[in-house]
Design a protein around this ligand. Structure first.
Ligand SMILES: N[C@@H](CCC(=O)N[C@@H](CS)C(=O)NCC(=O)O)C(=O)O
Length: 128
């Protein structure tokens, strides 16, 4: 399979969502830093929003569409399960990632139950 390229800025929680999907699945990817409305982004997303994704000739935008594609196109642990309510709940959580991140940070300060997840998220540019 062609190299998976994620385009966007690391500060964006939507970019983090798709990077975390890659990290959780163990899918190698390249982050190309590109600002919203830059020519690279507009070539993929007419709305100019990040993230965007490229894999060979295939291009995609919208974080949840990208995360869902990564989940279905690559091997590794399932991020979105086949059970409709659980899958819908996962999509809801991903939509509220910034708030979820704060909840994780709060929990982590009380008990260190999520060291791996914190390492992954730090790797994606999150400051917890
Ligand atoms: N629904 C989009 C939202 C993406 C989004 O709003 N990204 C922000 C960066 S965090 C952006 O590109 N903003 C530029 C703009 O709204 O014009 C997704 O999930 O990918």
């Amino acid at each position: 399979m062609a190299e998976l390229e994620i385009l966007g800025v690391p500060q964006s929680s939507f970019v983090r969502t798709v990077r975390i999907a890659c990290e959780e699945k163990g899918v190698p990817y390249r982050l190309t830093v590109a600002m919203p409305h830059s020519p690279e982004i507009l070539a993929i997303n007419p709305l100019g929003k990040v993230p965007a994704m490229r894999c060979g000739a295939f291009q995609l935008f919208e974080s949840l569409a990208i995360a869902s594609h990564i989940d279905r196109a690559y091997p590794g642990p399932k991020l979105f399960c086949c059970n409709a309510p659980k899958s819908s709940a996962a999509i809801g959580s991903a939509s509220h990632l910034p708030r979820y991140r704060d909840a994780v940070a709060e929990r982590a300060s009380v008990k260190a139950t999520v060291p791996r997840r914190l390492r992954i998220w730090r790797g994606c540019g999150l400051e917890l």
